[in-house]
Structures are given as structure tokens and as C-alpha cells.
Write a protein that binds this ligand. Structure first.
Ligand code: BGC
Length: 901
């Protein structure tokens, strides 16, 4: 069995929830006992002493068992505790956007779905990050967990990353500050936080194999920094090594990363666990510094194999002891022995209120021409809420971090409730729902409104009565050749399907409105869709098939498009269609490539189109009509981002939403776009058409209330972008194929330290919205900059002081950002680098002196020859502003010398 297949089946083993009985369930927690037979339970001893006492009592077999994890569908991920010695099991819950509960017996698997971490990062508020972490820690503990698999400290290196939503942005200092506060919050409970994914885990495409190749300087200055911060500032308990290779060696057997950098250089006292299935060796990983294999047995490389290696002398018993010591130390230190996990019902209302606050603080007002926002209560009689998923709260990142919410509030509900009785709030979807099918590239799917399953042409009046009347007749088989009777027959509104890795019942359904396709069709399958297409306008259309596996499109029984689909790809053909004229359609699809047999890369197929701009289908037309007769139109758009799929290679909004915005904006100039995405999207085809854009991210279960309160001005937006939004996907510092997704399995991090805004500035690329950008309903004035340094050597600090005044009519918060210019050295350093920030709340008209201490790393560089941080001597420019491209005050300071002389 090859490596890849091995770990996929392992993931699936947990993911697919049709599981038999669970024999070996871990004990929840053993009663804490003290006394002579268990001296390590004496709480007056230090964690170190308790650890040594307990370690001595363990046999080699017990120790090896303890460092080898397990998985089942009740308890999720765990290791076996040891009843004989009263060691509680490690019971792990996925983060980082809330607690993912696996056990159906625990509170119906529900917990509070928080805004995605990228949203948290947009708040730039470390106090908030601590509260966020604290809530996760509490809910983890109350849902029987003592380890949280979060936060995610992966730098959002590219704008395409499908897991960018789990990250804390593109800047290492921002990720450090927010990450450290988040970890402190989690660990203020008897719960261990796990910083992941160590290291260079910056893409989903080829995520199990890619060889991320970066310079030592980039590794130290950019990617290691957030991990260093959580170790040094937040006493991190655990770190998770990633799937990928780093400079040619898999992360979980990479001694340089695990031992030399993390443990020796940074001084990490906690334990390293493998990502789930990311340990590929027995001896190498054990000797390189991996401490806990997860999920471990029966699929992993440790357990009995590790015992054998110890017995053969390939791994020493001291090495095993060191692993156990690290785990036990954290368990004692973080209170896991003394405060056992509980199953205590989450206070949905109180925690939901916190989720709303996090969401409100994270929203970024990207654009607000003519002060369109906030909406004014008294001038408003009607609002059109438009958008495929505006009436559900399904916009959330998919994959292991998806949380089953205690309740949800959709944008439509939130707006309706806030607008009150006097305002007529009406809804129109405008396009089909966004789903996992939209995670991959290629032209948008053909809208359901122009498809008919019964070859019958539909008139506009028919539309909206019975959704199932629109779309194509679908037949599914679990064999590749459509043999026998189909095992599933239904109407699919669109052909836009992405099965495989994360298609398992009850799970991805949460992040999409569409019905779930049974998991039996995930890999080996064939499908046929039949019906008719009726063009909404006469013109030239490109009909396309995007697929992995072969797909054929027949129009009036003639083969029009034949996509081989050996890799996920698109084939399109032009065709002239007459308005109102129906044509028979037949699409045949097969998962006939070997790669599709491994469940991860399952069935993927989309019937797409590129249509003339005025080809507006009946569903979109309804939304346009509604917008026309409403005072304002709020278009809620979304992307579908998830772990486990290839990253997108374009940044356009999927499933005809761009056209929807343009058409609605043409009908009503007062159009506001509320965008739900976990990453940057491209806006050039519609940005100028709309006055206001709110970046709402994936805002969690309270998304509707938070959106409404921002739109109506109950909350003055104060979020700032933690990632750059590029003008388009060619204009980024990582736009070559060598850099992303890599060539021949190698991702070359040739941009070095120039990641994110540092790279845009270096290459002279103007983004659509810069890092740090975010508007407010009030305005701020910056004055009287004073920069001083004090102290010597390692105690040298640079501090910036300035006056900030709220010059508008509302209270608001401003994120004052301090960037340093090129450092005084021949070594190339960024023209602007974030060195500190402060989030300041100010009432209208009020002023405050703001002091910001600058981060030493931002005033230093990593010297590859001497393997250390060096702060050069000389003058450095200081830029203070409201965004990386909105500098309000400039100064300078001498660094590297005692008193600025
Ligand atoms: C993800 C981790 C996650 C683990 C367990 C992996 O696929 O990369 O982030 O914690 O699964 O669900």
C-alpha cells in the first residue's frame, strides 16, 4: 500500500460516520487519587517532580502505548490513559474555529461555531483573541476534551489557500500576537493547546506530499516566528507537525525542525504530535523529535513497531522517556490530572453572545463610497436581501475545523430582525447555492433556472414554485459504467459535484444548502444527467465540463464537449443558442482514473458555462426585479473554502455571483456587498459598480446578527485586513507555478521573506485592498509622533507615541499600525514591515496618547551565517498609519545603539 493511500484510508476511517461498535473507548478521566501508591498526585509537588515520579512507575510497553494515539468515531482522537497509574487519556477536539465534538453522546455533537480564525485576526485585538481561546478551552473541557487541535499558525502565504480561513493572516507579528493570546485563553482552562501545522503547511494542493523549499532566513523570519511567540509568550503545550516535506524531509521526521529549531533553539517544553496520518516512519520520526503519533494505531508506524525498534536498539529507551516526560509534564502543568474533563451543557446563549461580539469586531469595511453605510433606520422602507446562501448560516470553512453550531442566525434573519416591522425585507437567492462543487476552478456551473429535467421548457412564471422542477434528471451508479439500475435517482439543480474527502453525511451538509450525496458514490461511480437547456438570451455561449474523470456533454445527441479529466481540468466549446429554444442535454461522467479510487480525490464534475453578460436567467432576474423596487440591496456572496481539496487558482466569486452583483448594482445603485469568504476574492469586475463592501469572512453561528448590526451602524466596523486582497491572481508575489502550487512536487518559496504585503511592495504590485486596510464610520486624526529608544543590548526597546483623535461623530476603534522601513544593513529587508500596533477605542471628539512598543524581531534579521537574529546599527524609518498603504506619520529612530546616538 503506498503512503498516500494509507493515510487517506486512515483519515476516512474516522471521517465516515458509519461505524460499528466501539470496543476500546478511552476512560473519560480517572478519578484523581492521591496517596502513597500514587505520589505524583500530590498537588504540592511541582509538575516536573510529579512527572518524574510517574515516569518511573511506567513500563516500557506502557510508555510506548502512551505515545501512540488512537481514533474512533465516538471519542475522536485520543491516546489510551493508564488506569493502573491513574493517567487520564488525552482527549482531543479539533479546532481552531470552535470545538468539533465527535462523540454523538456528548451534547448532540454541538458547540459554539465561532468566526473563522482569519476573522479573529482581522480584529487585531489580542484581548479578544484571549477571550476567543478561553471560550474554546471552556467548551472543550465541558465537552470531555483536554486537548484542542488549534490554533492554526500557518502563514497565509498565497491568496488561494483553501485553509487560509484557519490562519491568522499573512504577517508573522500579527499571527504571533493573536496566536499567543489565543493559546493563553485556551490554556487558562485545564486544556492543552496545539499550535499547527509545523511547518510550511501553506497549501492544500498536494498537501500530503509537497516539498516546501525555503531558505533558512524565510523559515526563521516568517514561518517559525508565530510558533516561537506562542512558546515564549504563552507556554504552548503541544505542537502539530504537518503532512508536507520541508526542504526534502517530511515535517514529522525533520530533526532540524522538531529538535534543532523548535525544542533547542526556541526552547519548546511541550510535546510534538503528528498531524493525522503525517507520521511516515518509525525510527526516523522517533529519533527526530516526534513525541506522539496521531491518530496512531492500528494504521500508524509506532505502537508495536516502535516497541520493536526499541528492543532492537534503533530507538533508545531514553528517547521514549523524553517523549513521555514531555507529554506528562504538560498534563500536570496544565491541570489535566487535577481537573478531569466533564460533560457539562454549554450555555448556548451566553457563548453565542460572545461569538457575535467576535464576529462584529472582525468585519472589515472595505469600501464605503458616499457613506452609503450605515443604513439609516428612518430613511428606509425596504431592503432586498439577495444571495444564494443569505437565508442560511451555512457559510463556514469546511473540513476538520467545521463546528456543529448550537444554533444559527442567517444574514436574512439578522437583517429582518434588526430592520424591524416598519421595513419590508424581502429575499431573492439570485443564483444557485454555493457548495463543495465551487471549491474548484473553472467556469461557473450552468444555473438551474435554465435547465429542465423533463425536456420541457420552463417559463418564468413556473419558476420558484417547485425547485425540483429545475435542473437535470440525475442517475447515479456505484460502478464506473452505468451498469444495472441506477442506485440513486433525483433532480440535481446543477451539475456541480465534489465528492471524496469531505463528503460524509451530516458534515459537509452544514456548509452548504444542498442535499448530501451518499458516501457510497464518493469514489467509484458513474452518473448521467439528462434534460434540456433553454438559453435566456440569443448569443454565443461556451459550454464546459470541468472534471476529474472523464465527462462527456451531448447537446441534441451530438457530442459537444469531451473532457478526459486525467487531472482536474476544463474543456469548453462555443455554441450559439437562441433565446427560448430548448436543446436536449446529456452528460455522462465516470471516475475512471486510478487516483479517484482513494476516496480523497473522488468524483468531481461541473457542467459550466460562460454566457453573454445580458444572459440573465429567471432566478437572477427575480433578484434584479426585487433590487429595483427596494430602497437598498444587500448582496450576500460567499466562497466555499475547505481543507482537503486543491486550492483554487483563481479568485473569482463562484457560481455566477459576480454577474449577480453587476446586475443588481445596475438595477439599484444603493447596492451593498457583504462577502463571506475565508480568503481574498477578486473584485475587479464589480468593485466599482457598488458603493459599499463589507468583508464578513466566515462569521460563525451569529453571522446574521453581526452583519445586521454592522450594516445598521449599531457596531462601527473596526476590522483591518490580515491578508492582502490582490487586484487579480496574476498580480501577487507568488504567481509563478514554481512557487505555487509547485512543479514536480516542489513548492519553491523563492519570494523568501517577502511574503504578503512585503512582496507586493517589493514587486511594485498595487493590490485591490492592502494589508491593514479597513474603514470606519468615523475618522481618525494622527498627530505628534515621537519615537524613542531606551535600554541596551537585549533590553533595547523602541517605543512610538502619537496622539490619536476621533474626528467624526461616532465612537469607534482604530488599529494604529507601526511599520519599520529598510533596516540599516546591506542585507535586503522589507521596505515596510509591521513592528507593532494598538487597537484604540475612542468616543467621538476624544483624543488619546497612544504608546506602542516595537517588536525586536521586526528590527532585526536572521543571519544565516551566524544562525542568530541580528539587530543592525543605524537609522530606520518609522511609518505610522491606518493601513500598510495609508501612512499618516513618518519618523525615524536609531537602532542597535543604546540611546539613539
Ligand atoms: C488536519 C488537522 C486536523 C486533523 C484531525 C488533519 O487532516 O490537517 O488540522 O487537526 O486532520 O482532524
Amino acid at each position: 500500500m503506498n503512503r498516500r493511500f494509507n493515510l487517506i484510508s486512515l483519515k476516512r476511517w474516522f471521517m465516515v460516520l458509519i461505524i460499528v461498535a466501539v470496543a476500546a473507548m478511552p476512560l473519560h478521566a480517572f478519578a484523581a487519587e492521591s496517596g502513597a501508591d500514587r505520589p505524583w498526585m500530590n498537588t504540592s509537588l511541582s509538575a516536573e517532580d510529579r512527572t518524574e515520579l510517574l515516569l518511573q512507575a511506567m513500563t516500557l510497553e506502557e510508555k510506548v502505548g502512551f505515545v501512540t494515539g488512537k481514533v474512533n468515531n465516538y471519542y475522536g482522537f485520543y491516546n489510551d490513559g493508564l488506569e493502573r497509574l491513574g493517567i487520564p487519556a488525552l482527549q482531543m477536539a479539533d479546532g481552531p474555529a470552535g470545538v468539533r465534538v465527535a462523540n454523538p453522546d456528548v451534547q448532540d455533537k454541538k458547540s459554539t461555531a465561532l468566526p473563522a480564525p482569519i476573522a479573529l485576526a482581522a480584529s487585531w485585538d489580542t484581548d479578544l483573541a484571549k477571550k476567543y481561546g478561553d471560550l474554546i478551552g471552556q467548551e472543550a473541557h465541558n465537552t470531555t476534551h483536554n486537548v484542542v487541535l488549534g490554533p492554526g499558525l500557518d502563514i497565509a502565504r498565497t491568496p488561494w489557500g483553501s485553509r487560509n480561513f484557519e490562519s491568522l493572516g499573512e504577517d508573522p507579528l500579527l499571527a504571533s500576537g493573536m496566536g499567543a493570546a489565543y493559546v493563553k485563553g485556551i490554556q487558562s482552562n485545564p486544556v492543552i493547546a496545539t499550535a499547527k501545522h509545523y511547518l510550511l503547511n501553506n497549501q492544500e494542493t498536494e498537501r500530503f506530499t509537497t516539498n516546501a523549499t525555503a531558505s533558512e532566513r524565510a523559515i526563521q523570519e516568517v514561518y517559525v516566528r508565530p510558533f516561537k511567540a506562542v512558546v515564549e509568550q504563552a507556554d504552548l503545550g503541544s505542537a502539530m507537525c504537518s503532512f508536507n516535506q520541508v526542504n526534502g524531509t517530511y515535517a514529522c521526521e525533520n530533526q532540524e525542525l522538531l529538535t534543532n529549531i523548535l525544542k533547542d533553539q526556541i526552547g519548546f517544553k511541550g510535546f510534538v504530535m503528528s498531524d493525522y496520518g503525517a507520521n511516515f516512519s518509525t525510527v526516523e520520526s522517533a529519533n527526530a523529535g516526534l513525541d506522539l503519533e496521531t491518530p496512531g494505531e492500528p494504521y500508524g508506524k509506532w505502537g508495536s513497531k516502535l516497541l520493536e525498534a526499541v528492543n532492537k536498539g534503533e530507538v533508545s529507551e531514553q528517547t521514549i522517556d523524553e517523549k513521555v516526560r514531555r507529554i506528562l509534564l504538560q498534563m500536570f502543568d496544565k491541570g489535566l490530572f487535577d481537573k478531569p474533563v466533564t460533560n457539562t451543557t454549554i450555555n448556548a446563549k451566553a457563548d453565542g453572545a460572545k461569538a457575535r461580539q467576535f464576529a462584529e469586531e472582525s468585519m472589515v469595511l472595505l469600501q464605503n463610497n458616499d457613506n452609503m453605510l450605515p443604513l439609516s433606520d428612518n430613511k428606509l422602507n425596504s431592503i432586498a436581501v439577495i444571495g444564494p446562501d443569505a437565508d442560511t448560516a451555512s457559510a463556514a470553512g469546511g473540513g476538520s475545523s467545521l463546528v456543529n453550531p448550537t444554533y444559527t442566525v442567517s444574514p436574512l434573519e439578522g437583517i429582518r430582525k434588526r430592520a424591524g416591522k416598519g421595513v419590508d425585507v424581502k429575499y431573492a437567492a439570485g443564483t444557485d447555492p454555493v457548495s463543495a462543487g465551487d471549491a474548484f476552478n473553472g467556469p461557473s456551473a450552468v444555473p438551474s433556472a435554465i435547465l429542465s429535467p423533463a425536456n420541457a421548457q420552463k417559463s418564468e412564471q413556473d419558476y420558484g414554485t417547485d425547485q425540483a422542477e429545475f435542473g437535470l434528471h440525475a442517475e447515479y451508479w456505484t460502478n464506473k459504467d452505468m451498469e444495472g439500475d441506477p442506485e440513486l435517482v433525483r433532480t440535481d439543480n446543477q451539475v456541480n459535484m465534489n465528492l471524496g474527502f469531505y463528503n460524509y453525511e451530516g458534515f459537509n451538509a452544514q456548509s452548504s444548502k444542498l442535499p448530501v450525496t451518499p458516501t457510497k458514490f464518493n469514489s467509484k461511480m458513474s452518473a448521467r444527467w439528462t434534460g434540456a437547456i433553454t438559453a435566456p438570451k440569443t448569443g454565443e455561449y461556451q459550454l464546459s465540463l470541468t472534471s476529474l474523470g472523464s465527462a462527456k456533454l451531448y447537446v441534441d445527441d451530438q457530442l459537444l464537449v469531451d473532457n478526459q479529466g486525467a487531472t482536474l481540468s476544463t474543456t469548453k466549446k462555443g455554441i450559439t443558442l437562441q433565446e427560448g429554444e430548448s436543446h436536449n442535454i446529456r452528460i455522462e461522467y465516470r471516475t475512471d482514473f486510478p487516483v479517484q479510487s482513494n476516496h480523497d480525490m473522488g468524483a468531481q464534475v461541473r457542467f459550466g458555462w460562460e454566457a453573454p453578460e445580458d444572459a440573465v436567467d429567471a432566478k437572477m432576474e427575480k433578484a434584479v426585479e426585487l433590487a429595483k423596487k427596494s430602497d437598498v440591496a444587500v448582496v450576500v456572496t460567499r466562497t466555499y473554502d475547505s481543507e482537503g481539496y486543491v486550492d483554487r487558482s483563481d479568485l473569482e466569486l463562484p457560481n455566477n455571483q459576480e454577474q449577480l452583483i453587476r446586475k443588481v448594482a445596475a438595477a439599484n445603485p444603493k447596492t451593498i456587498v457583504v462577502q463571506m469568504s475565508g480568503r481574498a476574492v477578486e473584485m475587479d469586475s464589480w468593485q466599482k459598480e457598488v458603493p459599499s463592501i463589507v468583508q464578513a469572512w466566515y462569521a460563525g453561528q451569529e453571522q446574521g446578527n453581526a452583519v445586521a448590526r454592522v450594516l445598521f451602524g449599531d457596531v462601527n466596523p473596526s476590522g483591518k485586513l490580515p491578508v492582502t486582497f490582490p487586484a487579480d491572481d496574476q498580480q501577487t508575489p507568488v504567481s509563478t507555478a514554481e512557487q505555487f502550487p509547485g512543479v514536480n512536487g516542489v513548492g519553491n518559496y523563492s519570494e523568501g521573506i517577502f511574503v504578503g504585503y512585503k512582496g507586493y511592495e517589493k514587486q511594485g504590485l498595487s493590490p485591490a485592498f492592502a494589508f491593514g486596510h479597513g474603514l470606519s464610520y468615523t475618522s481618525f486624526d494622527y498627530r505628534n509622533l515621537h519615537v524613542k529608544n531606551s535600554g541596551k543590548g537585549d533590553d533595547a526597546t523602541v517605543e512610538v507615541a502619537l496622539n490619536l483623535r476621533n474626528t467624526g461623530k461616532r465612537s469607534g476603534a482604530e488599529v494604529v499600525q507601526v511599520y519599520v522601513g529598510n533596516l540599516p544593513t546591506k542585507v535586503e529587508t522589507p521596505a515596510k514591515q509591521l513592528a507593532g500596533w494598538a487597537k484604540v477605542d475612542l468616543k467621538a471628539g476624544k483624543q488619546q496618547r497612544v504608546n506602542i512598543k516595537l517588536d525586536r524581531s521586526a528590527l532585526s534579521y536572521w543571519d544565516e551565517k551566524s544562525n542568530e537574529w541580528i539587530m543592525p546599527k543605524g537609522k530606520v524609518s518609522i511609518y505610522v498609519g491606518s493601513a500598510s498603504d495609508d501612512v499618516r506619520l513618518t519618523g525615524s529612530v536609531n537602532i542597535g545603539s543604546p540611546s539613539g546616538k
